[in-house]
Design a protein around this ligand. Structure first.
Ligand SMILES: [Zn+2]
Length: 157
């Protein structure tokens, strides 16, 4: 896989990681718009990635704090991938990407940023996006862009 150029991720890599688990904490905060929580299923939810590799980068996660796929119950697993499918549908409608990277990083060694709470990344891809130099290298502009992405996707979910 070719790497996307996402300089705002430097802040994520350099910042001190908050105590606790954001995938556990955000859903109980009851502040979905501020936390970019897009959709709540029975066992899983969808959140916008605040340090996206591309516009529309989503994460699907179970509410339960488990580290690995085989720890999910059948119901959790089934709904997890139903929601992954729903996410792809919605992103397609809103952003018309040419393709997707859909994947799970299990364990730090595999590149997981949050390695003790499983989540599936959904990253829309466009032809030529790896050599596109985004003008949005400024983190403030990225945050504005996130709010807009949230609004556009939220309407479709
Ligand atoms: Zn957690």
């Amino acid at each position: 896989m070719e790497h996307l150029w996402a300089p705002w991720r430097v802040e994520y890599i350099q910042q001190e990681k908050p105590a606790g688990c954001i995938l556990c904490d955000k859903p109980v905060e009851d502040n979905d718009a501020r936390n970019y929580l897009l959709y709540r299923g029975e066992n899983n939810f969808i959140m916008l990635n605040s340090f996206p590799y591309n516009t529309g980068h989503l994460m699907v996660a179970p509410y339960r704090h488990v580290a690995s796929l085989e720890e999910l119950t059948d119901a959790e697993l089934h709904e997890h991938f139903e929601i992954v499918r729903l996410s792809i549908k919605v992103i397609r409608q809103v952003y018309h990407p040419d393709g997707f990277n859909v994947g799970i990083n299990m364990g730090k060694v595999a590149g997981a940023g949050i390695d003790d709470h499983i989540h599936t990344h959904i990253v829309p891809r466009w032809q030529g996006d790896t050599n596109f130099m985004p003008v949005m290298a400024d983190i403030k502009i990225v945050n504005e862009a996130l709010a807009e992405t949230y609004q556009r996707l939220k309407e479709q979910f």
